[in-house]
Ligand binder design. Structure first.
Ligand SMILES: Nc1ncnc2c1ncn2[C@@H]1O[C@H](COP(=O)(O)OP(=O)(O)OP(=O)(O)O)[C@@H](O)[C@H]1O
Ligand SMILES: [Mg+2]
Length: 243
């Protein structure tokens, strides 16, 4: 579904990612771990095609097609979606409007049903993310992704700032976006950035990657990686010779 090959990315002339390789098959969900500032958001932004994140070297392939030079809207239309770590507020655009736009004319009526699922029915007439609480912003990102229905979805710290009851709601939304209950169809794939791993209690991840200083230093079962990092810290992760 997605392949990142030897990717080097710079932001404002500073190189953040160095020769990153990553492959995610259809039907798989991967977790991306790493300390603050290691480049997790940069990787997701580069895959999505955000203009500030300049690809200096390497390729991004989506369903076998080289998308390295495509614009962000072209990538979104192909079926790539991103729930931002810190999305901007969009003044003058109501949440209902953006969700209806994502749903398309045929499905626009589903907006209420989706909003109810995410406990956001009361927010539909408010401007996108304007004055939303931290948890409401995360659920609003889920609502937009559910409406967009991408084949490959990325989630940048989806549970951060979300209360315990709503983590389950966010987890259900991720499972629905990734069609986890229809795993045999293997049409979707996902990449989840998480610091705490709490979201992985709700969403099963197949593989984990550890990013440090812009380089993937370890890969493996995400639960094992979390257990090791919790016990020994990220610094030991680099020294460990398991990978
Ligand atoms: N415009 C910029 N100029 C210089 N450095 C930048 C710029 N934008 C981002 N960076 C740096 O790139 C590094 C990677 O940032 P990134 O947001 O990808 O980290 P992250 O792994 O997502 O961290 P966190 O866990 O805190 O979200 C950071 O050190 C950040 O300060
Ligand atoms: Mg980040």
């Amino acid at each position: 579904m997605l392949e990142v090959k030897d990717l080097t990315v710079e932001v404002d002339r500073k190189t953040i990612l160095h020769n990153v390789n990553l492959a995610i098959d259809a039907g798989e969900t991967h977790a991306l771990l790493g300390p603050n500032g290691s480049g997790k958001t940069t990787l997701l932004m580069a895959i999505m095609g955000m203009p500030r994140y300049r690809i200096k070297k390497g390729q991004v392939l989506f369903q076998g097609k080289d998308i390295t030079k495509l614009s962000i809207d072209e990538r979104a239309r192909l079926g790539i979606g991103l729930a931002f770590q810190r999305p901007p507020a969009v003044r003058g655009v109501k949440t209902r409007q953006i969700v209806e736009l994502c749903l398309g004319e045929k499905n626009a009526k589903k907006v209420e049903e989706l909003a109810r699922k995410l406990n956001l029915a009361a927010m539909l007439e408010r401007d996108v993310n304007q004055g939303f609480s931290g948890g409401e912003i995360k659920r609003s990102e889920m609502l937009q992704l559910l409406a967009q229905n991408p084949s490959f979805a990325m989630f940048d710290e989806p549970e951060s700032g979300v209360d315990l009851d709503n983590i389950a709601v966010v987890g259900e939304a991720i499972n629905e976006i990734l069609q986890k209950e229809r795993i045999r169809e293997k049409k979707k794939a996902g990449l989840i950035v998480t610091h705490t791993g709490h979201i992985l209690d709700y969403v099963n991840a197949d593989r984990g990657h550890v990013l440090m200083e812009g380089t993937i230093v370890c890969e493996g079962n995400p639960r094992d990686l979390f257990a090791d990092i919790r016990a020994h810290g990220y610094e030991e992760c680099v020294k460990c010779r398991r990978c």
